[in-house]
Design a protein around this ligand. Sequence first.
Ligand SMILES: Cc1ncc(COP(=O)(O)O)c(C=O)c1O
Length: 397
Amino acid sequence: MKTLDWNTLFGKGAGRIQASTIRELLKLTQRPGVISFAGGLPAPELFPKEEAARKAAEILKEKGEVALQYGPTEGYGPLRTWVAEWIGVKPEEVLITTGSQQALDLLGKVFLDEGSPVLLEAPSYMGAIQAFRAYGPRFLTVPAGEEGPDLEALEATLKRERPRFLYLIPSFQNPSGGLMPLRARKRLLEMVMAQGLVVVEDDAYRELYFGESRLPSLFELAREVGYPGVIYLSSFSKILSPGLRVAFAVAHPEAITKLTQAKQGSDLHTPVLNQMLVHELVQEGFPERLSKIRATYRAKAGTMLEALDQEMPKGVRYTRPQGGMFVWMELPQGLSAEALFRQAIAQDVAFVPGGPFFAGGGGENTLRLSYATMGPEGIVEGVRRLAKALKRLLALA
Ligand SMILES: Cc1ncc(COP(=O)(O)O)c(C=O)c1O
């Protein structure tokens, strides 16, 4: 057969698209017997399997001609209206997307040119870095910790640069688990408003708080003072099912119109059947469902922290999450999380090394542990194996 040199045939953008480290690692972690703290996969025991089976059959029987037909790009009307009421906006301010991941790609498509500055936290969600990178922007980063981005560093950067947007995850950040306090949210908004900048607020973990209530989003705070520059993203992935790929963007109607036009070229619309199913699933017992999800993740986080407190050697630092799915760990300086990964895989436990979460490089001694997927026994055993791997690495160092 004739061969082709594909790399000479691909466009310039293709060179910027790289394999996602998480996905490559996930392949290794799927080996039987491996306890994986790697992927941010929601707890499968929380999936509404029976309700979904029943509702999907009802939808297909009673509204099959809608469910199986093309639908509007903006989203299935009743779901769009439901989301609008839930978030407290008008339906024309909502776009249903095929996962939040699609919204990130659409934002790249609409806002970024080659070389455009875009500001991210370091570390930040790898999927966002990957989505934006395809458009060839220039990444500006500010360090982020348990209380979100370093606002002094942000202020200094905004004196020099005018990013096309700031991409932030203020609540239960992926990967750091950080939570921006209310005061910091207000101060950040003041800075952004003073310069008329756009913020993309990714609130994928909005409902996964362990305390009494959630903090107001940047979007809500901006609306209170009449600022239209916050684009809000959230998703049904962490509260119903990631496999359905139903999420939403909320923004000023002008931004929604442009994102909708961009979505047309991407996939015409999000699968109608999935949207109808989500709409049905949120009609009954949704608040109770959210409480159960919060309680489940709160308990899993507690189990992991207790195990880490018992097992981890001195010099290892880790966060105590107040919500979300992740513990973020820092190994003593000079130790490499990738080297630990190799030791860990030999012990049949996996995590994600932190390096790829830093758009500007660094973070070699950091790693992310997800407590979302495993049950309590798996979490305890996995931490025990991880500690063993770490002690081996320390002995080699
Ligand atoms: C911060 C963040 N944004 C977006 C996504 C993608 O979510 P979706 O399943 O809605 O595409 C994830 C998934 O892990 C995430 O952690």
